[in-house]
Design a protein. Sequence first.
Length: 484
Amino acid sequence: MSTIPVVVKHSGKKYDVELNIAEPGLVFKMQLYSLTGVAPERQKILAKGGQLKDDTDMSTLNLKPGHVFMLIGSAGALPAAPATQTNFIEDMSDRQIAETAMIPAGLANLGNTCYLNSTVQALKNVPELMISLKSYKGQASSSGMDLTTSLKEVFNGMNQTAAAYSPYVFLTSLRSIFPQFAERSNEGFYKQQDAEEAWSQILSALRPKLMHHNGDLFIDKFFGGKFETTLQCDEAPEEEPKKSVEDFLKLSCHITKETNFLRDGLLNGVNEKIEKTSELLGRNAQYTLTKRISRLPKYLTVQYVRFYWRRDIQKKAKILRKVAFPFELDVTELCTEELKKDVIPVREKIREIKKEQEEAIRSAKRARVQNSSANDADDDQSIISTEKLKEYKQAYESVIPEKLKDDGSNPSALYELAAIVSHQGASADSGHYQCFAKNDKEGGKWWRFNDDKVSIVDQAKIETLAGGGESDSALILLYRAVEI
């Protein structure tokens, strides 16, 4: 038995904890951090033979069920320096630097959990999801919090700290619901996992739990689209084509030796050749399966299908080919003819307004150079008056057909890239995952989330994620609808 129930006493409170004796002391400390708020480096835990260390082998302590640990340590902030003291950056703590720079929180790696950290950081770029989770009233059960509640707690914790947050409870919930994420190596360590599988399973778990205010499922509303599919027999054109409607939560970019751009891979995914039995011909025949989008979600997930199973090495090998992606994606050509007629006027209105805004900003900047009294600190948005922005929004909304005024949908077929989950390495079950998210407050800059390390990179770095080797390459692209 690798887990035993123990009791932890801290500041007059008692915590019942499931201790995994196969993990080192640091994992136990992270577990206590999620319960008490006491950072691992500030914990003092007395164990047999002395103080518990990060690398303590818990299995050697010969603990029995019900063992009582005493945790000493404060969750409060460290004493502040005198108000009159000058704070130099080399004297500041990581937390003070982060708070001053408004750097978002990273996530602690709990042992090959970068796949989960990068997925969570990408999902954090959906503000509507944060709002929906905030209103979720799920209850903790005897076996712990459900996945939705624990994800809510992760986002709450990340918003309240500038230090790295430990997603231990969420990770435990994920492994409980989806045991494949609890798979271990022969040495007993948790294995690396596929970030795309984590993304899909998390959305599937959230789907029945989160409701939109109108009673619809939130995930379907903001992440879900619809295909109209047609299955036509190539060898018997007179055979009646089969039509159906299909829901989707992502688009797949299929990669072949001819795939150079995201558009190529998306088109491969909506036009497929399959073989099936033809009732008319009485034998197997070739069919063409055509899919066209009839409903576009506000947030469009695109998966690069980079991994495939190699039987000889018994691993998910990686397709290393470079496939470039755009920062603005127009999916009009993937839509049904009916939807095209509706979205094209909206798309053109957005482009017209954007062009006018860019010209106004350029003109104002030229005037600023000539007028030395102008305020160089003004940002681009402040150049355009509030009244003019309101006028633009009204012009945009006036061309949206009533049937496309669907909260959670995209009426223009135009998207902008918001976040990327990337993978470095040669297989899905090894290597390293990171998240890159657009910094909306600073044009051309992106946040890089490398577990607990958060930094800023230029757009040039994002362009390198198209792939072409074992270095960082895009696996999941999260696009959001372009709006005025």
